[in-house]
Write a new protein. Structure first.
Length: 289
């Protein structure tokens, strides 16, 4: 196991765990916040690409460039739906639903790569499904509400997050700077026609700080660490380390905002993450044994 890669991914996930807190304090709608993140990340990543000299050693391949572009689109949609979810429901509930992504990766891997699902994986997938239903609550199936809509956005974000992880694992030759920079450029260009620039006029200096930090720290730095580390780690290790993100996010939500889930939601959160851990950790423990 590559220890530097483990440290990089753990750091990235820990930092990303605070993105919900920062996004809620930026005062920006989802599309406008993601656009700021893309622009800040482009400036940061382009500078890093030049300063490190990586641009001199780039090896572009047509197929891989298409993969990077596709990864940029799925990552962009992942952000938009996740931040919209943060605006409508608590960070704890949104981030719990968002972390259905590793289970989606497991299911997709069984079809795309013909990976066999063990009994633990099947049981884990079932537990995650039941946990998701408990988090959403049965009332959401009968009535339309902002909470239900926000939960749905969290689940949709999870699908695009899973697609980003699957596509990112296949990128091998372009440097991590070029990979992430191209994704951010694609994101900014795709969002440009939909951005309401008037939303920025009412921001105060504190809100601008939160928005810019999400661009440089949670986007530029985190995605450098993320895409660099996943190239050197097995899928199971990547899936397990994503637990760092929700742990930080939920802790911040409880300590800083004072959010407490109701009994049904708490049971769903415990069941979802317990099932997820069982599904992903069992193969690792079996290999070690």
């Amino acid at each position: 196991m590559n220890k530097p890669a483990i440290l990089q991914l753990t750091t990235a996930m820990a930092i990303f765990g605070s993105v919900g807190f920062f996004s809620q304090h930026s005062g920006l709608p989802a599309i406008e916040l993601v656009f700021v993140r893309c622009v800040c990340a482009v400036l940061f990543l382009f500078s890093a690409w030049i300063v490190t000299g990586s641009f001199k050693k780039e090896r572009w391949r047509a197929k891989e460039t298409m993969l990077i572009a596709a990864c940029g689109v799925t990552n962009l949609l992942n952000w938009v739906f996740l931040f919209q979810s943060f605006r409508m429901i608590s960070v704890t509930i949104a981030i719990s639903l968002y972390h259905l992504a590793p289970i989606i990766v497991l299911i997709a891997g069984s079809f795309l790569f013909r990976d066999k699902l063990s009994f633990a994986s099947i049981a884990g997938i079932t537990g995650c499904f039941v946990g998701t239903i408990l988090i959403m609550g049965t009332d959401g199936f009968r009535t339309a509400s902002p909470d239900w809509e926000g939960m749905l956005y969290g689940v949709i974000a999870a699908f695009f997050y899973a697609a980003t992880m699957l596509l990112g694992k296949s990128i091998r030759h372009a440097s991590v700077y070029a990979t992430t920079l191209l994704q951010m450029v694609i994101g900014a260009l795709l969002l440009l026609p939909f951005v309401h620039f008037g939303a920025y006029a009412s921001l105060n200096s504190e809100q601008w700080t939160y928005a810019i930090v999400t661009g440089i720290l949670h986007t530029g730095i985190v995605y450098l660490l993320f895409f660099h580390s996943i190239r050197h780690l097995p899928s199971t290790a990547v899936s397990l380390l994503v637990f760092v993100d929700p742990a930080v996010a939920i802790l911040l939500d409880i300590v800083v905002t004072g959010f407490l889930p109701n009994g049904l939601q708490l049971a769903g959160i415990v069941l979802l993450f317990g099932s997820l851990f069982a599904a992903l950790a069992t193969p690792v423990l079996r290999k070690k044994g």
